[in-house]
Design a protein around this ligand. Sequence first.
Ligand SMILES: NC(=O)c1ccc[n+]([C@@H]2O[C@H](COP(=O)([O-])OP(=O)(O)OC[C@H]3O[C@@H](n4cnc5c(N)ncnc54)[C@H](OP(=O)(O)O)[C@@H]3O)[C@@H](O)[C@H]2O)c1
Length: 214
Amino acid sequence: MKKIGVLGSGAVGKVLADGFLKHGYEVMLGSREPAKLAAWQAAAPGRGSAGTFADAARFGEIVVLAVKGTGAEEVVRLIGPDALSGKTVIDATNPIADAPPVNGILRLFTTQDESLMERLQRLAPVARFVKAFSSVGNSLMVNPQLAGGPPTMFICGNDAAAKADVKGILDQFGWGSEDMGGVEAARAIEPLCILWCIPGFRQNRWRHAFKLLE
Ligand SMILES: NC(=O)c1ccc[n+]([C@@H]2O[C@H](COP(=O)([O-])OP(=O)(O)OC[C@H]3O[C@@H](n4cnc5c(N)ncnc54)[C@H](OP(=O)(O)O)[C@@H]3O)[C@@H](O)[C@H]2O)c1
């Protein structure tokens, strides 16, 4: 599958869109205000197209959800859950609350018993959500070059074929992947963003990634 609809005009949406373009995919980047993507499109020839969130969801054979966590459910409602019917949806969102971090510790608006991806999966049962890219900073999402070698992306979701799609993409993007199981494993994966950010907030260290060693 070569057509990717990326929902999100922030750093993550743009970095992942460029990653997919680099690896030969066709990309449409989506925003509530597509006009704001003109500069992104103009900055490099052959860059993907831009549209609304609904346009990008329709365009993608695979869809990437890269919107602010507090707006993620709203975006799924906006496009209409059926727009995601049968599609692999790579969910890069984190449920970060609007409150500022305390001593470098981000706050989430979810609980340990319910992740954001479970809420999204309930809202759009026809979609095949896979959590990925949520536990690393955007500058390392595509083919990270780290002294410790390829890091590990923890993924989860209810659909095995969708997870196989994402594993294939992660292979291309220079990541090992570890399947942590069904959608509820997002309760463990999403909070990794808190841990990942601590060295950044406390010591301005932002170039690291997790690796599972055995
Ligand atoms: N930044 C990172 O390095 C990083 C790393 C891992 C995971 N993440 C996660 O990835 C997601 C995207 O992060 P980001 O840093 O690229 O940008 P962001 O500022 O968190 O998200 C920007 C996108 O969210 C949309 N948005 C914001 N509020 C909205 C609302 N109320 N309703 C609907 N849409 C709304 C914006 O829509 P418009 O286009 O219409 O403005 C824009 O497309 C977040 O969930 C974040 O936690 C970020």
